[in-house]
Design a protein around this ligand. Structure first.
Ligand code: FRU
Length: 457
């Protein structure tokens, strides 16, 4: 089955066929950026997980390399689950969870490694360690990094026996022998039933602990997706403990579709990809691309910075190289613009903010700024129920800029140069609709719209 132009994404990493989920094994190795991802090449359901692989020399133009790791051994026979990458002694190491369903139906998980000298073929090294007592079989998604003193650290998502989420931390000097140091973030209170895909970002001022807790209850405008991904700031101690407050957990992305993000360091930058989906299984089944034999995408890469005491997420500057023709102009009061193609970038820079602002992308996704509450709300039509649904965030600063990456079925909205991001998928029946309506509400500013290149082969 071929992908049709109706919903295919052309500057995001998608699977050529089958199902894609979490970004995995991100690394810069021997002059190339490597992105791996969860991939079921055999269908659009969540089973038979392999690692798909794409490489790039600029983080923008991607070349798919097919399967990097697939189930083959007793310790990973039912799935190569998520994990991170690390470069050591001129070799690329991949850490992953081997998923096993025993003949008697009991499920097991093993934290494993694989290694490569050329970044193309990987040799499996097998399970790395046993799990400590006090945890269920839900231990997965190892992420590894090196500290300033040359020690290696590994954190892995876990579930305690009382069915609450946690993260375990391990230390190593050589990437093969690991010592468990217990819980990464000591906590008594329950915060979801499982923490998936833990990660650590390190800045001069702070360390940031990112994880994806399952099972948080909706609270006001927070935690409205089935599962969330967020972070808390703090410090990692020399004994491998994260000192930070769970009560300060903040969602990374305020949209409908963002989950299981992973970061890596390259050239002094912290770069993150997420999985552009936080859908229920029911909504997944109803995604129209399932009929074409594929589903899901990664988000665009974002650069994560710590600026003036806050975490900001900016679209990678290399994405500017995707720009083809552009049009510019002033915002008029009731204005209709036409996207040059279904791969577009739209930037609005406000020079005077006098009132509310509303825009409608492709006659379907609405973005509303409420000046009194300084909040931004994004509405879309749910393709399963046909109902309107929204996500909302209160901004820290006054609205000054909206930067949007638009594809035929995805939208990423960066607010105020990365103060907040809203990522979402949408599926339109009128697949050629290209209008952008602006209701300026007395606000003034400039609009720029660019056609973007197609760049994943
Ligand atoms: C997160 C996740 C991971 C797991 C992988 C399996 O989306 O559930 O915890 O390793 O997906 O595909």
């Amino acid at each position: 089955m071929n992908k049709s132009d109706a919903y295919n994404l052309k500057y995001h990493i998608t699977p050529p066929y089958g199902l894609l989920n979490d970004p995995n094994g991100l690394a810069f190795f021997k002059g190339q950026y490597h992105v791996f991802h969860q991939w079921n090449p055999g269908g659009t359901e969540h089973r038979n997980k392999c690692w798909g692989h794409a490489v790039s020399s600029d983080l923008v133009h991607w070349h798919r390399k097919g399967i990097a790791l697939e189930p083959s051994e007793w310790y990973d026979k039912d799935g190569i689950y998520s994990g991170g990458g690390a470069v050591h002694n001129d070799k690329l190491y991949l850490f992953y969870t081997g998923n096993v369903v025993r003949a008697d139906g009991v499920k097991e998980s093993y934290q494993c490694a694989a290694v490569s000298e050329d970044g193309e073929s990987f040799y499996k090294m097998g399970p790395l360690f046993e799990h400590p007592t006090g945890y269920t079989r839900h231990v997965r998604d190892p992420k590894v990094w090196k500290d300033q003193r040359g020690n290696w650290w590994l954190i892995v998502g876990a579930q305690r026996e009382d069915l609450t989420g946690d993260t375990l931390v391990y230390k190593s000097e050589d990437l093969s022998s690991w010592t468990c140091l217990g819980s990464f973030l000591e906590h008594d209170d329950a915060f979801g039933f499982m923490w998936e895909c833990p990660d650590v970002l390190q800045f001069l001022e702070n360390d940031v602990f990112v994880f994806s807790p399952q099972g948080l209850s909706e609270a006001g405008e927070n935690y409205k997706n089935p599962n969330q991904s967020g972070y808390i700031t703090g410090k990692i101690t020399e004994t491998g403990k994260f000192e930070g407050k769970l009560s300060e957990f903040k969602e990374l992305d305020r949209g409908f579709d963002f989950y299981a993000p992973q970061s890596f360091e390259a050239g002094g930058r912290t770069i993150m990809f997420g999985w552009m989906s936080a859908m229920t299984e029911e909504a997944e089944r109803a995604v129209p691309t399932v009929q074409e034999g594929w589903i899901h995408a990664l988000t665009l890469p974002r650069e994560i910075e710590w600026t003036d005491g806050v975490l900001v997420q900016k679209p990678l500057r290399e994405l500017q190289s995707l720009r083809l023709d552009g049009i510019q102009g002033d915002i008029q009061q009731n204005d209709v613009w036409l996207l040059p193609s279904l791969q577009a970038e739209l930037i609005i820079r406000f020079s005077k903010l006098a009132g509310n602002f509303r825009m409608v992308v492709r006659d379907t996704v609405q973005i509303e700024y409420d000046r009194e509450h300084n909040s931004l709300t994004v509405w879309r039509t749910n393709w399963l129920t046909n109902e309107q649904e929204y996500r909302k965030a209160v901004l820290t600063h006054r609205l000054s800029e909206l930067q949007m990456f638009i594809e035929s079925s995805s939208l990423e909205v960066f607010v105020n140069e990365g103060e907040e991001v809203f990522s979402l998928r949408y599926f339109l029946e009128d697949i050629v609709q290209r209008s952008v309506l602006l209701e300026a509400g007395g606000n003034e500013g400039k609009v720029s719209i660019y056609q973007l290149q197609e760049c994943v082969e």
